[in-house]
Design a protein around this ligand. Structure first.
Ligand code: ADP
Ligand code: ZN
Ligand code: ZN
Length: 723
């Protein structure tokens, strides 16, 4: 008798195990293939993890119902990558594997590509009326790119009914695919500027061999022309049939960067981010899986896609904290990118003006090759930086006299000014000046932020909001006032002081509507004088040639935080903000308001270069025995009471403690109560990553078999960004 054929299947469930099934004759399966399997009373989509495993004796296995395709949705290299990540981040393999599928395929939809229609113009038909702007724009778009597809047009903002309307008018007709994604797609691209001397030297040091693993840290100050260098690199070294991955922190914030790639590489560019529709994601996923020679520009999760001919990986703004997923599968896109390049035997380039201390350390250790680009491209010079001590200075909505006159001066010269403030809303607190009452979130240990525009009090940590009241809810006094600054308030003050100048606010509230950031950016890029007021969003990679002044309303947030990463993040944010000033031909200036102008970190920031700061910060990390000098993981627990959270962490502590680890806690999280959940954490450090990984694996397995109350949730966060 032949042994029964079996397969071990991964399901999209938070379970740290796989499930065995019989493979019925004549079905054949390979790892990575999608199947339908019975599970309880349901039928689920699964992924084949292993085949031919010895079935446990005495158990009646159910058969696999069907295979969804006769090819593996996830090729071997992608499966390998994700099983490594599953082990490294202690996250169930099933959920890890499923993140590499687009949502439609996770749900079990067919992967057969739906045929896309290609269009060209006809020299006939009745032209749309002159006021039909969208139809005329659509017609021009098709005329300029014959063979363009319906999905490309919808991506560009046109609708399918608009396309049908032109077809019905006889203005356009379907045509053959002009095969733009194949070999010749590189040729219709436009060349960029000549590389500067410094860029050329850097370009020559980049790895020329795309068939071998190498890791390079490209430290290039803001405006040094890193993006230009990536473009040049891909153009020079990427072969026609190859795929490349360019990871960026947030695509929607930097449409300019995307446009530059598209100008260079035309239709070879594909994009990946969470705002795409399911069918757009399926299209792009299929291109990647089918080995089409795309250059994919994508956010974090793009690193998990099933590339089959990946030959270059670039991580732009590699220090950005959005590369780390904060919940569920808590992976770092940047770190997986390095491992992926290693698996695929190809180069990875990490670029930043403010490299993460992890990468900087790796470069110092010789693990990464370091390339320095310390001159701004074109005619731009690095901005001058100045600390403005605001102790006992009169402030107008947080802005000092010297800052306001610098803004006025910039505007007078026809230039643009940027004001950075790290809080959205009108004011972070509403306080009663009679009884001292402050409005708090009923569900979190935080204060409510006042949003004047919407007359609302909002919690920035949960979704709670309520109408703002004029009187103190505690004592009914009308001496109830906003305290502190938010973007709305600064916007309002500046609009009052500079009535003839547009004040443009850039934060999560003002950019919520689709396309609003594009509108804002094009207004700024028109170059006319304006004041930009915004949060972190303004610090990210924008190229505003006419911004000559950047003012930081308050730099002190990161100086005295309990989070050991806070100083690093503060330095990075301030340098990134300052990097927005003086990128064109005119010199830039940066004013940093602070109450601690004698603080060594701020002084060093103004004096100097990031490398010196990074070395200083690394020395502190070494002295404190903190990452990157040790491996760290955090167990995070939340429950209905703090006692339950601390109790579970106590028992985790006793599971994990032993030689070779240091444990801190358990202690309540910084915001101990969030959305009515009581949160606590336990930090585990070790000199040996391997040892820590082994301990975490054992601990997670033991926790899995424990009966915990359903209301107690735990997770482990490896290489945490927030502590
Ligand atoms: P980074 O990514 O380092 O911030 P960018 O690549 O965006 O820098 O370049 C900054 C600005 O300098 C852009 O406006 C870019 O077009 C311009 N630039 C880059 N390289 C050159 C060059 N070799 N000659 C002229 N301008 C350049
Ligand atoms: Zn009161
Ligand atoms: Zn809340």
């Amino acid at each position: 008798m032949t042994r029964p054929r079996t397969a071990r299947i991964a399901l999209n469930r938070p379970l740290r195990r796989l499930f065995d099934y019989l493979v019925p004759e004549p079905m054949t399966l390979t790892p990575g293939q999608r199947v339908k399997v019975p599970f309880g009373h349901q039928t689920l989509t699964g992924l084949v993890a292993e085949i031919g495993v010895e079935p446990p004796s005495g158990i009646n296995l159910k058969p696999v119902q069907s295979a969804l395709e006769d090819w593996p949705a996830l090729p071997e290299s992608t499966c390998k990558l994700l099983s490594w990540a599953s082990d490294y981040y202690q996250h169930p393999l099933g959920e890890c594997l499923f993140t590499a599928l687009p949502p439609a395929l996770r749900r079990g939809r067919s992967a057969e590509a739906k045929a896309d229609q290609h269009w060209q113009t006809k020299d006939s038909g009745e032209l749309p009326p002159a006021n039909a702007h969208r139809q005329l724009a659509l017609l021009t778009a098709i005329k300029n790119a014959p063979g363009i597809t319906s999905s490309e047009l919808t991506k560009a903002g046109f609708s399918r009914p608009q396309i049908r309307a032109l077809k019905n008018k006889g203005l356009i007709t379907e045509c053959q695919d002009r095969g733009r994604t194949d070999a010749d797609s590189n040729q219709n691209s436009t060349p960029g500027p000549q590389l500067s001397e410094a860029q050329r030297t850097a370009a020559e040091s980049l790895p020329a061999d795309t068939g071998r693993f190498s890791a390079t840290l490209l430290y290039g100050i803001t405006g040094s022309g890193k993006t230009e260098l990536y473009l040049h690199y891909l153009k020079t070294h990427l072969h026609r049939q190859d795929q490349a991955l360019v990871l960026v922190p947030e695509i929607n914030l930097t449409p300019q960067t995307l446009a530059r790639f598209q100008r260079y590489f035309g239709q070879r560019i594909a994009i990946w981010h969470s705002a795409l529709t399911d069918s757009q994601r399926l299209d792009t996923w299929l291109k990647i899986r089918n080995g089409e020679p795309v250059i994919l520009i994508g956010t974090r999760s793009a690193v998990l896609l099933p590339f089959t001919r990946l030959r270059t990986v670039i991580v732009d703004e590699e220090h950005d904290s959005s590369y780390k997923q904060g919940e569920g599968f808590r992976y770092s896109g940047r770190d997986i990118a390095v491992y992926r390049a290693h698996l695929n035997h190809c180069p990875v380039i990490l670029g930043s003006a403010t490299p993460s201390l992890e990468s900087w350390h790796n470069a110092q250790q010789g693990k990464y090759r370091l390339i320095r680009l310390e001159q701004r491209a074109g005619n731009a010079r690095p901005p001058s930086m100045e600390l403005l001590d605001i102790r006992s200075r009169p402030l107008e909505s947080g802005l000092s006299r010297p800052a306001l006159s610098a803004i006025a001066e910039a505007l007078d010269k026809g230039e643009q000014a940027l004001v950075f403030i790290n809080r959205r809303g009108f004011a972070p607190v509403m306080m009663c000046f009679d009884c001292g009452h402050m409005e708090e979130c009923p569900r979190c240990d935080t204060r409510l932020t006042y949003h004047r525009r919407d007359r609302a009090m909002r919690c920035h940590h949960c979704d709670f909001q309520m109408a703002a009241s004029h009187a103190c809810p505690a004592c009914k006094s009308d001496n109830f006032k906003p305290v502190g600054q938010g973007t709305e308030r600064t916007e309002e003050t500046l609009a009052g002081l500079f009535p003839d100048t547009p004040v443009i606010r850039v934060d999560r509230d003002s950019t919520q509507r689709k396309g609003s950031i594009q509108g804002i950016l094009s207004q700024v890029n028109s170059g006319a004088p304006c004041i930009l007021v915004g949060t972190q969003m303004l610090a990210k990679g924008h190229d505003f040639p006419n911004v000559t002044l950047a003012t930081v309303v308050n730099a002190d947030g990161g100086l005295f935080s309990v989070d050991f990463r806070a100083p690093e993040q503060m330095v990075q944010t301030l340098l990134q903000v300052s990097g927005r000033a003086g990128r064109g031909d005119k010199p830039g200036k940066v004013l940093i308001q602070t109450c601690h102008s004698d603080h060594p970190l701020l002084q060093a920031l103004c004096r100097g270069d990031y490398p010196t700061l990074a070395n200083q910060l690394l020395a502190e990390r070494r002295a404190g025995e903190l990452p990157p000098f040790r491996a760290m993981a955090i167990f995070r627990v939340d429950a209905n009471t703090m006692q339950e959270s601390l109790q579970l962490l106590d028992s985790i502590r006793s599971l994990i403690q032993g030689p070779g680890v240091e444990i801190w806690g358990p202690i309540p999280a910084v915001i101990a109560r969030k959305a009515d959940r009581h949160r606590a954490q336990l930090v585990v450090c070790s000199d040996s990553r391997k040892h820590l990984n082994r301990l975490l694996t054992q601990t997670c397995q033991q926790l899995d078999i424990r009966k915990l109350p359903a209301s107690v949730k735990w997770a482990v966060d490896v290489d945490p960004q927030e502590t």
